[in-house]
Design a protein. Structure first.
Length: 623
């Protein structure tokens, strides 16, 4: 994990000017749709001077002469805004009235968001402003460029849709602490036995993704489409269901993730829940055929139970001739596999590119779509492992973090899915996948192998017709052989009867120097893949808190949610959330209750990070 080298403001301005096509000779070539022939325009006008002021200029399409005139008078164009057929600019304050009367200009309004970059509210830490619209990684830019704000403008904000996230927990910070925003499912992590860490995100990964999916500053209410000051995620009115499996270092075993998926399926409608989306930014480098993989089968059973499962492609890059390996979850053609893009700081998608870390897959399986995943600014878990380790380089305005990876891209798509589901409540996961793929935008400068169907485009999805399909179930057969013998393609599902040990790949936990090996779970209980697969299909793998012969949780769960009054900013001080507080060494065997965890020998202090790959959680870097 290394800090990214962000371009300087001057370099950004140069690149923006270059993208606008302003040549040294004064000739301008702007993207199609921004320029129209307007004989009344002139290339300059008398300037009244004054300090530069940030403005939004909306035009009727005739912008070539206007850009030249602004440039001649000492102003500058920051960015195109194709959504409103306009631009962000800095212009002399004395010229604003003249600009409003300029031929082809429909409106000139102050742009406060351009002035907010780097500022903090008087409230100090914990209340600092969200990243400005023009920051390349801001959610304000991402929600505009992906078309999420088109959905908001039509009244679709994810309300009534629950998104389950299997990750490292969620920290109750501003943006995720409003009453009812987060519902706590079971904590299946090694930290579940202590009230100090139960449910909480001591790693930082889960909080960052949760903010992207459904974050909303606690003070925000009402309409969001014109709000670029507060932090607002993709589906701000959706609800998150947190199922924690990773500890402060991200340690988790495949058995924990499988148990978490099974729990989500069996409890998706409990206590008023409506879980329709499941975000899993986890995967291993297993070489086992996906059509026998138990981890894949668990996710596919969720899909067939009406849950849209979004998985990250992985961060191994595209590899030679676009053969970058996908994770064993992402290899399933039946799930929604997401790769990452870089917005390069513009609202238009045509100049977006695929970052080098985003896995592309191979000729058997490519990513389905891509979405913004480079230097994304989202919520930080104060004092978490990520904060303590990378806070100096990744922190933005105290309460935010920059993160890159296909994890972030998957979170964008999970939020997008919640918007579409609110619009089409009866849409099936397969029809939703086809809709997002069918309305995606192909990136001009990227090969199809790297981008799949292209980058999600919610502006197009909002007006598209949903086609109905029927999934045919064929379990556990080689898809190529099935195609050759039956002519049926893409309808094979995992039977889950493969080895759970093989599903781990090389991502293994270590107990006193010995790797966790064999077809066993974290309690060393035998894992019968055939019996468990059958129970999973029958929605009976969980029973009164028991899974695979061990009691993992209480017999019932309360569906408790964060109470804003319970979590004051003062309780999230760096001193109380230091990395040392959550070190594995602080958890002795005695802290694990035998009544809940039947094998006390598998204590948190036993698991080391020596053989655990950080790439299992698909974030390329905290920057």
């Amino acid at each position: 994990m290394t800090p990214s080298n962000e371009p300087s403001p001057s370099m950004k301005r140069m690149s923006l000017t270059a993208r606008l096509g302003v040549l040294a000779t004064g000739v301008l070539a702007v993207a199609a749709g921004m320029i129209a022939t307007h004989p009344a325009t002139v290339d300059t006008f008398p300037s009244n001077g004054g300090e530069l002021q940030a403005v939004i200029i909306q035009t009727d399409g005739d912008s070539a002469a206007l850009v030249r005139a602004i440039d001649a008078n000492g102003g500058r164009i920051e960015r195109e805004l194709p959504i409103i057929n306009g631009m962000q600019a800095y212009v002399p304050s004395g010229d604003i009235a003249t600009l409003r009367a300029y031929p082809g200009v429909l409106a000139v309004t102050p742009d406060l968001s351009l002035e907010s970059l780097g500022k903090k509210d008087k409230g100090g830490s914990g209340t600092s402003t969200a990243p400005a619209t023009f920051d390349a990684g801001s959610m304000a830019l991402i929600t505009q460029s992906t078309g999420a704000r088109d959905y908001w403008n039509s009244g679709y904000t994810g309300k009534g849709v629950d998104v389950a996230i299997i990750d490292t927990g969620i920290a109750p910070v501003n943006g995720l602490s409003a009453p009812g925003k987060v519902v706590l499912g079971p904590d299946l992590s090694f930290e579940s036995q202590s009230k100090k860490t139960r449910y909480l995100d001591t790693n930082g990964h889960g909080t960052h993704l949760s903010g992207i999916i459904a974050g909303r500053d606690d003070s925000v209410s009402g309409k969001y489409q014109n709000n670029t000051t507060d932090f607002i995620g993709m589906a701000p009115d959706s609800r998150l269901v947190s199922v924690k499996v990773g500890d402060s270092y991200g340690h988790a075993d495949v058995s924990q993730v499988i148990a978490a998926i099974d729990w989500v399926v069996q409890h998706k409608n409990d206590n008023g829940l409506n879980v329709r989306v499941l975000n899993i930014a986890f995967g291993t480098n297993s070489k086992m055929a996906w059509w026998h993989d138990p981890l894949v089968q668990a996710a596919e059973v969720a899909w067939r139970n009406g849950i849209f499962v979004v998985v990250s492609a992985g961060n191994d890059g595209e590899g030679p001739k676009f053969t970058g390996a996908l994770s064993n979850l992402a290899k399933s053609p039946n799930l929604m596999t997401v790769g990452a893009t870089d917005t390069v700081g513009t609202l238009r998608q045509s100049d977006d590119c695929i970052p080098s870390f985003s896995s592309s897959g191979d000729f058997l399986r490519r990513v389905d779509v891509v979405a913004p995943g480079k230097s994304v600014i989202s919520l930080k878990a104060p004092g978490s492992f990520a904060d303590e380790s990378f806070g100096a380089t990744a922190t933005y305005n105290d309460r935010f973090f920059r993160g890159s990876g296909t994890s972030q891209a998957a979170a964008v798509v999970s939020g997008a899915a919640a918007l579409v589901i609110q619009q089409h409540p009866d849409i099936s996961p397969t029809d939703l996948k086809n809709l997002l793929r069918g309305t995606a935008t192909q990136l001009d400068n990227e090969k199809p192998e790297a981008q799949g169907a292209g980058q999600i485009n919610l502006a197009s999805a909002r007006t598209a017709t949903v086609s109905k399909t029927i999934d045919i179930y064929i379990g556990g057969l080689d898809p190529l052989r099935t195609f050759y013998e039956t002519g049926i393609s893409g309808k094979v599902w995992s039977d889950g009867r493969g080895s759970i040990d093989e599903a781990r790949g090389t991502h293994r936990l270590v107990h006193k120097g010995v790797e966790l090996r064999g077809d066993i779970d974290i309690f060393a209980a035998p894992y019968d893949s055939t019996a468990t697969a059958v129970a999973r299909e029958q929605a009976s793998s969980w029973s009164s808190g028991w899974w695979n012969g061990n009691k993992w949780t209480a017999s019932s769960w309360s569906a408790s949610s964060w109470s804003a009054s319970s979590w004051s900013a003062s309780s999230w001080s760096a001193s109380s959330w230091s990395a040392s507080s959550w070190s594995a060494s602080s958890w002795s065997a005695s802290s694990w209750s035998a009544s809940s965890w039947s094998a006390s020998s598998w204590s948190a202090s036993s698991w080391s990070a020596s053989s655990w790959s950080a790439s299992s959680w698909s974030s390329a870097a905290w920057e």
